[in-house]
Design a protein around this ligand. Structure first.
Ligand code: GLC
Ligand code: CA
Length: 557
């Protein structure tokens, strides 16, 4: 197997709205990203993924596109984009864009036309259905963001499908014209020189024939069995690859919603020629039992080891995945999986030590390199995320939780946690993100957690990431290799050896806030320490004593 640039590369995801604001209107923009390219490069990043930058009324912050080939005016101009692309390439990095092809905005010309009349040529770009006999929606499908997935169009007395908000009508991929429109948009950007796409909810593009009611099996399972993996999906992914992606030196990273270890091969196995990789939801959702704002289960390390192993085994030698523990849709990784108070520094470093040694492309999210944490929004007026707002509104009707509890849940799991402005400087207003009022407030902890301070501190999370990502580049065994798990059922320690050709490493991670020891089996006193989030490693004979949240990588060869 060849380690192509996108397999070996580290991806850095930017949520442009929150990254850096160059003109102080409170909204991050393309010029703001350009200003920080040297910074990104200094992290040893290979590929930048931009969340959507296309024209959009921003019902879902750009995941509702009204023109696939123009730049959102708040973010800048096409000239700005051209400079961004050129400057990214100049530094030896690549740039991928976020292709939102399952749905567009209701303000896209296609939908504005389609809703004019039943015989409009664009009508069939979307999914329309007559009301059910009682006049209600045609089936029981629920939107990912609450409520029915169908919205009545009063002009024609038909419902249209929207798996997300009602301002995000689903596109009808069975219509060859729709597919051609999307492929044309992709070519437009690829011809400019972009290096690929992250593909938003791409497993949802093909809908089950006849739009049958979903059985009562819980939302997660409904996604897998009803919304995702539709009958024509793989035909279209194959077509998209054949007609577009494969013609360029570009790759696809899919958002693996509704995919499990049994179906992943159909998407990413090399011989299928569909997608280059995907990130799955099992780690990202391992504490979320059945969808956001419902039951939350405590973090369980053994369960997480099982998940990593399961996915590794599922695509071993046959396909490829990417690994992520955070993105713009989830609360901050250090707050969820580490300790964002007493062991903030240690746990943030340890978690990335783990993620960077899992098989697959490494995917990191803006701000995690300084250990940005969740935020406590004080009241509902401070909440910006449409998913959280919809949940709050729906709860006002159902009274399932008290208002205090609903806000608490939003603060725990809501997407705004990941979307607060990047904390550049502790001495500047709004953490240096903008001099204007930010669209979503900055986390007040920017005074302690910020890039400027961490630049000066050789032991900062930031400088640890730099060293780790650089070391990863020098050792392919970080990226892929054969695993040997040690003490697999230990609920506090995660320990494994990895081997690739002549390279061999041992990774030792303590997920606990107290010291933990284990028997390393052989003498490891003499071996080289490649990475360590503490100054020392305590070894006596074969016995290793790991400090709270200590993470170490040894070179065994
Ligand atoms: C994906 C995006 C999310 C968006 C949704 C609808 O899950 O990551 O941010 O809201 O798709 O496009
Ligand atoms: Ca701006």
């Amino acid at each position: 197997m060849e380690l192509t640039w996108f397999k070996k590369g580290t991806i850095y995801q930017i949520y442009p709205r929150s990254f850096n604001d160059s003109n102080d209107d409170g909204i991050g923009d393309l010029r703001g990203i350009i200003e920080k390219l040297d910074y990104i490069h200094s992290l040893h990043i290979d590929i930048i993924w931009l969340s959507p930058i296309f024209s959009s009324p921003n019902d879902d912050n750009g995941y509702d596109i009204s023109d696939y080939c123009s730049i959102m005016s708040e973010f800048g101009t096409m000239e700005d984009f051209d400079v961004l692309l050129k400057e990214t390439h100049k530094r030896g990095m690549r740039l991928i864009l976020d292709l939102v092809a399952n749905h567009c905005s209701d303000e896209h010309k296609w939908f504005e036309e389609a809703r004019k009349s039943k015989d409009n040529p664009y009508r069939d770009y979307f999914h329309w259905k007559k009301p059910s006999i009682d006049g209600g929606p045609p089936n029981n499908w629920k939107s990912f963001f609450g409520g029915s997935a169908w919205e009545l169009d009063e002009v024609s007395d038909e419902y249209y499908l929207h798996l997300f908000t009602k301002k995000q009508p689903d596109l009808n991929w069975e219509n060859p014209k729709v597919r051609e429109e999307i492929y044309d948009a992709m070519r437009f950007w690829l011809d400019k020189g972009v290096d690929g796409f992250r593909m938003d909810v791409i497993p949802l593009i093909s809908k089950p024939e006849g739009y049958p009611d979903a059985p009562d099996i819980g939302f997660r399972k409904i996604i897998e069995d009803v919304y995702a993996n539709g009958p024509t999906l793989h035909r279209y992914l194959n077509e998209m690859n054949e007609e577009v992606i494969s013609k360029y030196d570009a790759f696809s990273l899919a958002e693996g919603v509704g995919i499990n270890e049994d179906t992943v091969g159909l998407y990413v196995n090399y011989d299928r020629k569909e997608l280059d990789m995907l990130y799955h939801f099992d780690i990202l959702e391992c504490t979320i039992v059945n969808g956001k704002f419902e039951e939350v289960s405590p973090f369980d390390l053994v369960q997480m080891k099982h998940i990593f192993k399961k996915w590794r085994d599922a695509i071993h030698q046959t396909g490829w995945i990417a690994n992520a523990m955070g993105n713009h849709d989830f609360a901050r990784m250090v707050s969820r999986f580490g300790d964002d108070k007493k062991y903030h520094k240690e746990s943030a470093k340890m978690l990335m030590t783990m993620l960077s040694t899992q098989n697959g492309t490494l995917n990191i999210y803006q701000g995690d390199e300084i250990g940005m944490t969740n935020i406590s929004l004080l009241n509902i007026d401070e909440v910006r995320d449409i998913q959280s707002l919809n949940f709050y509104k729906e709860n006002k009707i159902t009274h399932k939780y008290t208002e205090e509890l609903a806000l608490e849940m939003i603060n725990k799991e809501g997407r705004d946690n990941a979307r607060t402005p990047v904390q550049w400087d502790g001495d500047e207003i709004n953490g240096g993100f903008s001099k204007g009022e930010p669209w979503l407030k900055a986390n007040p902890n920017y005074k302690d957690i910020n890039v400027a301070y961490q630049e000066k501190d050789p032991n900062s999370i930031l400088n640890f990431y730099r060293n780790l990502l650089k070391t990863r580049k020098e050792h392919d065994v970080f990226v892929h290799g054969d695993f040997e798990e040690i003490e697999f059922n230990n609920p506090k320690l995660y320990i494994y050896k990895k081997k690739l050709g002549k390279e061999e490493i041992m990774v030792m991670l303590n997920f606990n806030s107290s010291e933990e020891s284990f028997d390393a089996g052989s003498n490891i006193n003499e071996v080289e320490v490649l990475v360590n989030n503490y100054e020392n490693l305590d070894v006596e004979n074969n016995n290793v004593l790991l400090k709270p949240y200590q993470g170490v990588i040894l070179d065994l060869k």
